[in-house]
Design a protein around this ligand. Structure first.
Ligand SMILES: Cc1cc2nc3c(=O)[nH]c(=O)nc-3n(C[C@H](O)[C@H](O)[C@H](O)COP(=O)(O)OP(=O)(O)OC[C@H]3O[C@@H](n4cnc5c(N)ncnc54)[C@H](O)[C@@H]3O)c2cc1C
Length: 301
């Protein structure tokens, strides 16, 4: 990132919401379920699968957590009715983790049971480190009770290799990503190269230990490392998948598909798009260019 990009990155909280919305529209399918269905149809036509996220997090009102369950049940019904190739990703804090862990567990359980009924799947996203223990507890419980669930581990956390040791006997389904939240030094590796190295180390542990892995990255070096690892271990293409976010590097998406690997794209939709969009913009290495174009009233390029 050059100096101007860094300046805009740290100044993002002061950028007016309509400008953020304009720049971030590439990362979000739209506000309605029909927008998500349209985006998934396009991805399926390209040969990619999808995982759909209803935007929302940090819910403090139990009624809103219940409303999120209903949205996800409706979403699973829509996926089935529309015959699209997609599963769902959920955020525990949208389903009430910060209100009451047992309530959140029951909510995710209800979604997992509906997914099981239609042979679909629920990915439990991983949020900041205050959620890690509870998220893994809920995952273990629901894996034993319902199945059809997976979760996420973050390569920036010091604990991730230990978590893998604990989870491998369960033949887990794990999305491995770098991790997006700002975490303190005593919890997470801070250096780019160290996070990369730990991604490769933990990816190899998961793959060689028999886990199903969603290799979630746009970092070309890690995509290469993933391809090399599955080749070295002689894995079938059904034993893993690559995963990318909507709106990030469609050319890399095509390269992965052209190499014959399976690829799933994370498709968020909904009205509560602001926090997710801000996280994406913070990671965009050319954010200043896009913000400047939006301020000048020019379209995305
Ligand atoms: C499918 C999926 C699900 C995820 N789920 C979670 C989760 O549950 N919990 C969690 O903490 N994190 C999650 N993440 C986010 C992840 O932790 C990283 O923050 C994010 O993927 C960026 O890391 P990277 O590996 O792509 O590497 P980076 O080094 O950040 O990016 C590599 C390159 O990709 C491009 N790029 C990356 N981001 C952008 C962007 N926003 N706009 C434009 N270009 C970009 C740039 O060219 C960059 O140089 C998920 C990521 C993916 C792909």
């Amino acid at each position: 990132m050059n100096f101007f990009d860094k300046l805009v990155k740290y100044g993002m909280p002061f950028v007016p919401k309509p400008i953020v919305g304009k720049v971030a529209q590439r990362y979000v399918a739209g506000e309605e379920i029909a927008d998500a269905v349209a985006a998934i149809r396009e991805l399926n036509a390209e040969g990619a699968m999808a995982t759909v996220d209803v935007l929302g997090e940090e819910v403090t009102d139990p009624a809103r957590a219940q409303a999120a369950v209903d949205q996800y049940l409706g979403l699973l019904d829509t996926i089935q009715a529309e015959s699209i190739d997609a599963n769902v990703s959920i955020k525990p804090t949208m389903l009430g983790l910060k209100i009451d862990e047992m309530m959140c567990r029951d909510h995710i359980g209800a979604i997992a049971r509906r997914a099981a009924k239609i042979e679909n799947f629920v990915r439990i996203d991983m949020e900041d480190h205050t959620c890690t223990d509870a998220t893994l507890r809920i995952y273990r419980d629901l894996l034993a009770e319902v199945g059809h669930v997976g979760t996420v581990l973050q390569a920036y956390l010091h604990r991730t290799a230990d978590d893998i040791n604990d989870l491998l006997p369960l033949a887990p389904n794990i999305r491995l990503c770098k991790g997006i939240y700002r975490e303190p030094r005593n919890i997470a590796w801070q250096q780019y190269e160290t996070v990369r190295s730990n991604f490769i180390h933990t990816l190899e542990k998961l793959l060689s230990g028999g886990a199903y892995v969603g290799i979630a990255t746009h970092d070309v070096h890690l995509v290469w490392a993933g391809m090399a690892a599955v080749d070295r271990l002689g894995l079938d293409r059904e034993d893993y998948e690559f995963q990318m976010l909507l709106g990030v590097d469609p050319e890399l998406r095509q390269i992965i598909l052209d190499r014959g690997h399976r690829l799933r794209v994370y498709v968020p939709f909904g009205r509560d798009w602001y926090p997710y969009s801000m996280r994406r913009l913070r990671e965009n290495p050319t954010v200043a260019h896009h913000v400047t174009r939006a301020i000048l009233g020019l379209g995305p390029r």
